[in-house]
Design a protein. Structure first.
Length: 244
């Protein structure tokens, strides 16, 4: 097993190398089913990072041992920061930028002035994707088998508001809203209601932006602003010419 893991990781010969499952199968000579199973395990453990276009690159844990760090998060933050700031200013709410990193949601940015101190999140903080709108917005846009792998043993159990049935119904609602997740009660997030939208930029990890609501009636009001912010990020990415 160690030899197979090593063959897969060695296929990434540079920090920015992006490979598909087919590429990895070809590079390693392993059966496609074996490659998929190991890649899923490596992604859940943050040795690999799954990108929004379905490719893979080395993850955060791998870079700790290479004495470097992935530039993809900083790249995404630079592209999105102006749109996230405008979203916060325009809505008067606390806004977040987050990505899927291994099995977790990783917060890359948080903007909201003095009000930000009232929201118990932090840049660099991590949480399970099923407990937040930004996490569910991103999960809804992934293949079902990937969602199963990321939520297995975490989303359902004592203290959870979700059952498998209600959780996948929620992801279906998010997909019908084109990646917009709405939580008007904050039942899973310390009573803080929120709205989030997911987006994917080729060459970068699946990401989302979210705003924390002052009251439930804010939800529908803020959706157009959130969608506009996502479009602004996508335009900024095109102008920035993100390397693939």
């Amino acid at each position: 097993m160690v030899a197979r893991l090593t063959r897969i990781l060695d296929a990434f010969d540079a920090p920015q190398t992006v490979l598909s499952l087919d590429d990895l199968t070809s590079h390693t000579g392993l059966p496609s089913s074996t490659t998929h199973r190991i890649v899923v395990q490596l992604t859940r453990s943050a040795w690999l990072q799954r990108l929004s276009d379905g490719g893979y690159r080395l993850g955060a844990r791998a870079f700790r041992f290479r004495g470097s760090h992935s530039s993809s998060h900083e790249e995404l933050r630079k592209i999105a920061v102006e749109a996230v700031r405008a979203l916060s200013l325009g809505s008067g709410l606390v806004a977040h930028l987050a990505v899927l990193d291994g099995p977790d949601v990783l917060v890359l940015d948080k903007i909201g002035g003095p009000a930000a101190a009232l929201v118990p999140s932090r840049v660099g903080g991590r949480h399970a994707p099923h407990i937040s709108t930004c996490g569910r917005a991103m999960l809804a846009m992934l293949p079902p088998e990937t969602v199963d792998d990321m939520t297995e043993g975490r989303a359902f159990g004592r203290g959870s508001v979700w059952t498998p049935g209600t959780f996948y119904q929620e992801l279906d609602r998010v997909r019908r809203r084109r990646g917009i997740a709405i939580d008007e009660t904050g039942e899973n997030t310390r009573g803080i209601a929120s709205v989030a939208g997911s987006f994917g930029i080729p060459g970068l990890p699946r990401a989302s932006i979210s705003v924390c609501l002052g009251r439930p009636t804010d939800a529908l009001r803020v959706v157009p602003q959130l969608s506009a912010a996502i479009r602004a990020i996508e335009r900024a990415a095109e102008a920035h010419s993100v390397p693939r």
